[in-house]
Write a protein that binds this ligand. Structure first.
Ligand code: COA
Length: 523
């Protein structure tokens, strides 16, 4: 494979200025992440620790194999909502290794409103289960939750993808043979009681874990019976009387030890085989991506420069380099894994769509995971293109993306607008993972364009609210707005893209890839 030869002079003053200005974007990102992760001053955290309990992230650190990475998802979920009272939406999810086996870990954070669930908490929990189900990942639930956050119940309880879906998913995962283990480290109230009850095995921590369908106040109101939490559903009750728990742990550390012991004998799922090669660092420093990240989406970016700072040895073999050049397709490797790359280099045209669809077919048959690098303002518009059948050709790409059977990893590094979002494996196209750079933008179109469209429909009636509409589109298209609502799996530092994509591919290889299958493709 040939190495991409960069045309960037990293010592050039203008390039250095771009790197410097993107460093500001990164520093905002880091400080927002820090405010979510390090909450030492928060009174709920102080109280939690005084009770001798570990933080949710510390529990995870002890659970996974020492010195192995944990791919945390959607750390900034619920960011900027609920007056920022739900950091990470009160739940930590991600993938780590226990005894060498990749597994999904879903951990309540009891320091966030008693570990209760708002809409984003449920969405995050369900997304974790979805990833586990698709990749056949064993699942550990670290339970410490008061159930539904009652003032928001109408947003959480009744709909298909509400709180009840958690237990539905547990049954589906179990039916697929996916092991599930719960450690009850605190409250497990009402519907939440079904998390441990529906797990294969449950560990409960002495004098700390409780499980009940109705807590003491509810029991008193319903029956007049007065009972303490411990008598009603403490560790001794469930490990000795009710049979809801299977292992009694002395403390949290002991519970984690028992869980790891259980994992020792959990069989490894059959992995997808790849011909691996040794890992080669890119020839160009990934930090230089700061100077390439499109801060101004109107400025074109040479996608080969971005690819060169993500892939092994900066090596890339283009497919149809000179045809439909607004999409770049080709073969490469990330952390030794084979990968097919589909990346935007301008508007999507008919030729680019056909080329993308063709390349996906190749990856499907050769069982090569696909990395979508998104920076797309949409499909090309105009009479000439409509007459040429851009909709018909675009449909082929969308069809191929939707029916691809190999893993799809999407990274939005620039804009993600209109139907371009669909054709490049946006959230609705079930990418296995979708990460965004902090400067990226997502929306049906830009604010200015939306204003033109609405003005042309309404005959300039909207003039007074021009700036309101533009501001609304601007705010709603930011990466922070997106990640807060779980439209992605997290904001990532561009310099970490390579490691995160490699980790994501390794996780998806925990399952055998299915055989290719298409529907009717309009010719
Ligand atoms: N809905 C809304 N808010 C809740 C809540 C719920 N289900 N459970 C707890 N909270 C809030 C508390 O009001 C408190 O808010 P504040 O920080 O603004 O004062 C915060 O979460 C922490 O609760 P607190 O009781 O102080 O913490 P704790 O660690 O001592 O106890 C629980 C946590 C979860 C054991 C306890 O709050 C509880 O039993 N909650 C009710 C659980 C329940 O019945 N759920 C049924 C819903 S399906």
């Amino acid at each position: 494979m040939n190495q991409i030869k960069s045309k960037i002079d990293a010592s050039d003053t203008q390039f250095k200025d771009s790197v410097e200005s993107y460093s500001q974007v990164i520093s905002t990102y880091r400080s927002r992440m820090k405010s979510i992760i390090n909450r030492d001053e928060d009174s709920a955290v102080v109280r939690h620790r005084l009770r001798g309990k570990l933080d949710a992230r510390s529990r995870i650190e002890l659970l996974i194999d020492e010195k192995t990475p944990f791919l945390e998802l959607s750390t900034l979920a619920a960011y900027g909502q609920y007056e920022n009272q739900f950091p990470s939406a009160g739940i930590i999810t991600g993938i780590g290794k226990i005894h060498g086996k990749s597994c999904m870990i879903i951990a309540n954070d009891a320091t966030v409103k008693g570990g209760t669930y708002v809409k984003e908490t449920v969405k995050k929990h369900l997304r974790g289960q979805e990833i586990a189900l698709k990749n056949h990942l064993p699942c550990v639930y670290l339970v410490d939750s008061g159930g539904i956050f009652l003032p928001e119940q109408s947003q959480i309880f009744p709909d298909r993808d509400g709180f009840g879906r958690i237990f539905y998913n547990q049954a589906q995962m179990s039916a697929e043979g996916i092991p599930q283990v719960s450690i009850v480290m605190g409250s497990c109230t009402a519907g939440g009681a079904y998390v441990p009850a529906m797990s294969d095995e449950t560990i409960i921590v002495k004098n700390q874990g409780t499980i009940f369908i109705g807590g003491p106040p509810l029991v008193k109101a319903a029956t007049g019976e007065e009972v303490t939490a411990e008598e009603l559903g403490g560790a001794f009750v469930h490990a000795g009387i009710s049979g809801v728990a299977d292992h009694l742990a002395e403390n949290e550390i002991d519970a984690i030890r028992i869980c790891r012991n259980i994992f020792e004998l959990i069989p490894q799922n059959e992995l997808q085989h790849f011909e691996m090669v040794s890992v080669e660092e890119p020839a160009y420093d990934p930090i230089e991506l700061y100077g390439l990240a499109p801060a101004d989406l109107r400025k074109p970016v040479d996608i080969y420069e971005i690819i060169a700072r993500i892939v092994d040895g900066s090596k890339f073999e283009p497919f149809k380099r000179n045809y439909g050049a607004t999409i770049v397709t080709g073969y490469s490797r990330v952390l030794g894994f084979p990968v097919g790359i589909i990346a935007n280099n301008g508007f999507l045209t008919s030729e680019a769509s056909l080329k993308g669809a063709h390349f996906i077919e190749i990856c499907n048959f050769r069982k090569i995971p696909i990395l979508f690098l998104q920076n797309i303002s949409g499909f090309i518009v105009g009479k000439k293109y409509e007459h040429e059948g851009i909709a018909r050709n675009g449909a082929k790409l969308i069809h191929a993306v939707a029916t691809a059977v190999v893993p799809k990893i999407t990274v939005i590094f620039g804009g993600s607008f209109g139907a371009g979002n669909y054709a490049m494996a946006g959230r609705a196209y079930n990418p296995d993972f979708l990460f965004v750079w902090p400067s990226s933008k997502i929306g049906v179109m830009g604010g200015q364009q939306a204003l033109h469209v609405l003005n042309s429909i309404k005959g300039n009636e909207l003039e007074d609210s021009d700036s309101n509409l533009i501001n609304q589109f601007e705010e709603e298209s930011t990466a922070y707005y997106s990640t807060s609502r779980l439209w992605d799996d997290g904001i990532i530092n561009p310099a970490d893209t390579r490691n995160i994509v490699g980790l994501a591919i390794s996780i998806t290889s925990n399952r055998k890839f299915a055989e290719p299958k298409n529907g009717i493709i309009r010719m």
